[in-house]
Design a protein. Structure first.
Lengths: 277, 419
């Protein structure tokens, strides 16, 4: 039965209103970033009459070591994301396809660590990193980011891996391939949608991470982007247009990653048709 | 590869890691060595802004290191928030502090009275050094017969009037007393831009109307915070709030007071020198052109609240002697003049006068800084501010009368001060 047009109109109106209400703060933020010298949050009249230019963006890029911290964050995030995804995939593969004593117990222990808020872990984590001599190094940060990321990735991917038909593996075994070949040529390509989704979570989680970075990194030159953003918040007079311009620059990599990966997000039916009958 | 060889290879890799030559000494710079170079490095934590940091690193530090070839300064810029305060407290408690810290004047008493700072007045030349500074700025760091801080820059808030509204009312300059300002606001329906109820934001108004927070020795609030003068002052502010002559933003925040006073929507507001100094060129001219700044009305004694930053040597500093040499450099005329170009007001009198001559908007601030009052320089100040703000909010929300709210606040503050 065809939906009557007034109802359709109403539904679309509600959807459009919902979308607008989500978009509005973001648009407001972008427009505010074009205002010159907004030392208190500007009024709508000012915001909507602004002429967009990149003046504030150029300015913040050269302020507060922003460019340097952007680069630092890029290095930290890319290594942490790659590391936690790779190790997460391997761990998930192990839990999904192998049987070994204490497997379920170990997996549940893994899950248990996910329930503990990160802030509680910070002291033991710091002590471990310190005893390894990794305080004030990216090595220390990567250890925590990758170590923390593996658990979540393994949990997320295990179910995904288990849904891949065993027959694929058998076909590799018949052709003389081993476990690595199965992992690399079957599991990874088949799980691309899940891995792409995880990549975004992992990227975002590390890119925006503030607290651990603040605790582990002492050297000013090695600080990451969230700390640079904080520096724009002046003690006496905060220029909100700079904060918003800097936040938007900081947001760009995540948005770009979304756009790049959006077609690969978790889809169903990805591996259908690979097995006969 | 056979499994045995693989295991052997992995074992070798692990053992090879032991050859990495990692030192068992965690901080090698602090270990004395034979034939050691005499150069020492001091760590300086500060919260200077981007522009101020540039002047510090490009001008002041190279000049200092040239004059003191045996000292190197490692500046570390920090973000100013409560986290920094707790980090400094824990570092000083564990004797692992930086050598010099530039901190908010409001934190100094808490640090000094908790035994976390080294006394500066133990240095023989302390009196000579402080002679060059504005005399009323050093009192925040005075405790039990010793001085613990060196003021490096100072500020205060002044009353900033809308030139347009003053001219409209036929006035060539702002009224001399706050009572007259209120009369003018009531007569013409002009608004007063009080920005909040925290001590830093509301005490200048309360003091200008005859209120007080504690006795002069900062030992008692009862009889002062709930004294007749303060109750009357708060009741007057409250009635202005009810008449909508003080904006609702005083409780909720969110008003654009800067723009409102420039465009003639507000008669008067309060702020520090950054009201002007963050702008350049046409925007600065506009701010100067559209406003008239005067010190907060001193009819009942000083009503200008003292703010700024002090230099301190935390407990645990490894090189207090070198730290002291650096601090003296920072309050010297050259360093102070260099830093004042960013908008900071020097504590060095000579540099301050040069600054006042150079910038048209500075004189009201330097004039106000001659007669300031201090937020009570006691260890419990942060807790006191919280109590005061909490009860002031309840009073403005209509939950408590001014008399009751201030009496309760005074009783709680007395308990703190007695402890």
């Amino acid at each position: 039965m065809k939906t009557k047009w007034p109802i359709q109109l109403l539904v679309y109106a509600i959807i459009a209103l919902g979308a607008l209400s989500f978009l509005f703060p973001f648009v407001y933020m972008i427009l505010t970033s074009f205002i010159k010298g907004a030392y208190s949050l500007p009024r709508p009249k000012e915001v909507f009459s602004v002429v967009p230019d990149l003046y504030n963006y150029k300015l913040v890029w050269s302020k507060n070591n922003f460019a340097r911290y952007f680069l630092n964050s890029s290095v930290v995030t890319l290594v942490a994301m790659t590391g936690s995804l790779f190790l997460g995939c391997l761990t998930a593969y192990g839990f999904a396809r192998f049987t070994f004593p204490g497997k379920e117990f170990l997996f549940r222990t893994f899950l248990l660590t996910m329930m503990i808020p990160g802030v509680i872990n910070i002291i033991p984590q710091f002590l471990i990193v310190k005893s390894l001599g990794l305080v004030d190094t990216y090595g220390g940060l990567w250890l925590i980011y990758i170590g923390g990321g593996v658990v979540g990735s393994a949990f997320f991917l295990r179910g995904f891996f288990q849904s891949i038909p065993k027959e694929y593996e058998e076909s590799v075994l018949i052709d003389g391939g081993g476990n690595w070949r199965i992992f690399w040529n079957i599991y990874l390509p088949q799980s691309m949608p899940a891995i792409a989704t995880l990549a975004i979570f992992s990227f975002q989680g590390t890119w925006e991470e503030y607290f651990t970075a603040l605790v582990i990194i002492k050297d000013e030159a090695m600080r990451t982007l969230p700390i640079a953003l904080l520096m724009f918040n002046d003690k006496y007079a905060t220029n909100y247009s700079w904060i918003f311009a800097a936040s938007i620059i900081a947001l760009l990599p995540t948005v770009l990653l979304y756009i790049l990966f959006q077609k690969r997000f978790v889809q169903s039916g990805f591996n259908e048709g690979g097995v006969k009958g | 590869m056979p499994r045995g060889r693989l295991i052997a290879l992995i074992c070798m890799l692990f053992l090879a890691a032991g050859c990495g030559g990692q030192s068992i000494i965690s901080d090698e710079s602090s270990v004395a060595r034979l034939n050691q170079n005499e150069k020492v490095e001091i760590e300086f934590w500060h919260t200077y802004s981007d522009e101020e940091t540039r002047i510090l690193e490009d001008q002041i530090l190279p000049a200092f290191e040239k004059a003191h070839p045996d000292i190197r300064v490692r500046p570390v810029r920090q973000y100013n928030n409560a986290e920094l305060k707790y980090t400094l407290i824990s570092k000083a408690s564990a004797n692992r502090s930086p050598d010099v810290v530039r901190m908010d004047i409001a934190w100094v008493s808490e640090f000094a009275q908790s035994g976390l700072l080294l006394p500066l007045s133990d240095n023989d030349d302390f009196d000579d050094v402080t002679k060059s500074l504005q005399s009323n700025t050093g009192s925040a760091g005075y405790f039990a017969g010793a001085h613990y801080s060196l003021p490096v820059n100072m500020n205060t808030k002044v009353a900033i009037f809308s030139r347009e509204l003053l001219e409209k009312s036929g006035l060539s300059k702002p009224p001399a007393a706050f009572q007259e300002v209120i009369e003018l606001a009531r007569k013409e329906g002009y608004k007063i831009g009080m920005s909040g109820l925290e001590a830093w934001k509301s005490l200048p108004y309360v003091y200008a109307l005859g209120g007080r927070m504690t006795d002069e020795a900062y030992t008692r609030a009862t009889g002062y915070l709930n004294g007749e003068g303060t109750v009357k002052a708060v009741e007057l502010l409250l009635s202005l709030y009810k008449e909508r002559l003080i904006d609702g933003a005083v409780i909720n925040g969110g008003a654009d007071l800067w723009e409102d006073v420039k465009t003639g929507k507000l008669l008067v507001m309060d702020d520090g020198p950054w009201f002007y100094s963050v702008f350049q060129g046409e925007e600065l001219e506009r701010a100067v052109r559209s406003t008239v700044a005067v010190p907060f009305f001193p009819a009942f004694g000083p009503a200008s609240i003292l703010g700024g930053e002090d230099l301190v040597i935390p407990r645990g500093s490894k090189y207090p002697k070198q730290a002291w040499a650096f601090m003296k450099w920072m309050i010297g005329k050259d360093a102070q003049v260099a830093m004042s170009r960013t908008g900071l007001i020097p504590t060095n009198v000579e540099a301050k006068e040069m600054k006042a001559r150079g910038e048209s908007f500075i004189p009201p601030f330097t004039e106000a800084l001659e007669h300031t009052f201090l937020r009570p320089p006691v260890k419990e100040w942060s807790a006191m501010d919280k109590i005061y703000t909490g009860y002031m909010t309840q009073i403005f929300q209509g939950k408590l009368s001014a008399k009751d709210g201030l009496t309760k606040a005074a009783a709680e503050i007395d308990l703190l001060l007695a402890g």
